[in-house]
Design a protein around this ligand. Sequence first.
Ligand code: KG4
Ligand code: ZN
Length: 374
Amino acid sequence: MRILAIESSCDETGAAVIEHGRIIRSNVVASQASIHEQYGGVVPEVASRHQLSALIPVVEAALREAAVGWDAIDAIAATYGPGLAGSLLVGLTGGKALALARGLPFIGVNHLEAHIYANWLRPQGADVSDIPADPESVTWPGDPTFPLLALVISGAHSELVSIPRHGRYELLGQTRDDAAGEAFDKVARVMGLGYPGGPAIQRAAEARDPSRKNPFRLPRAWLKDTWDFSFSGLKTAVLQLVEGAERGADAGASRYAREGAAQSDDLSIPDLAAAFQDAVVDVLATKTVRAAQSLGVSQVLLAGGVAANLALRERLSHDLAPLGIALRFPPVALCTDNAAMIGAAAWFHLRLGERSGLDLDVRPGLQLPFATPA
Ligand code: KG4
Ligand code: ZN
């Protein structure tokens, strides 16, 4: 089955042609990051208008790059939530209209489920000689193996999810305030590092001299005996350090600084970025490793934009390897918003005969379809 998939939940417009839920024939993303950078974050009204102008050219580019015509497409999929209502409306309406015009089956896709299913995609150009005789069979060699634990970390979500089998999601814990990506974005903004914040903080942190002890040690909210997260206290700590430095006083800084390095005139952005990233990675990794052990899984999946973070990947791989637990994560381009992952998730539903009606509406606050833990 060959699916044309569309993603438009935020500020990226994506279209992809995906075969058998795993093989990427094309994956086109038009990013508005440079537009929103000047505002320090996504402006919803601006985002939806750009979705409108980008959608059809991106769909045409996806078909062109896949070197297929409409006759080669078996179904259309589009994100219906969660995300910004105006942005979602563009891709969903476009997808439904194309399905109607071409007489093709249509399915709406949950963006969070799609982030998880990015782990089923084969990297573009990868060897696919091991395709099973029946390419529509549910399990392929090299697929993630159930039961799984997924850490879903994006701009608006931070969740630890147990996935015993396809389609079943049991919520272990989630953020009580800011999502991990949101914290990266807000902290980057106060540090003047621009948007999106995650890659900017990672770059700033990589610029520091690792042989020198970091003078900053930022707080971690452990929320003991839960799998929940909280990042707002950490965000506030960074804000106070930066504001303290801007006021020319080191009073605000002194609470979290060590060895006097947070003096008003030498607040080192690389040090602070690294201390922030360390604190986020420490909490995410520690809880994920414990949850993986307690569930007895042999594989952990990273999903969502923050899964692109190299420090997190390294720390988790390092901590899980001695326990015999494998860490899987998509290539960076498939961690952040893209339509290939929408095609992957869509395939697992379409192959079961699931379809969406053309009256499907956007669901900006959509969650994963959580089941009660057994
Ligand atoms: O999944 P995503 O592309 O969009 C949503 O569904 O929200 O996630 C976007 C988030 C942003 O907060 C961005 O700063 C963060 O992912 N992100 C990163 C990195 N790349 C993107 N965070 C940390 N390190 C990165 N390398
Ligand atoms: Zn996303």
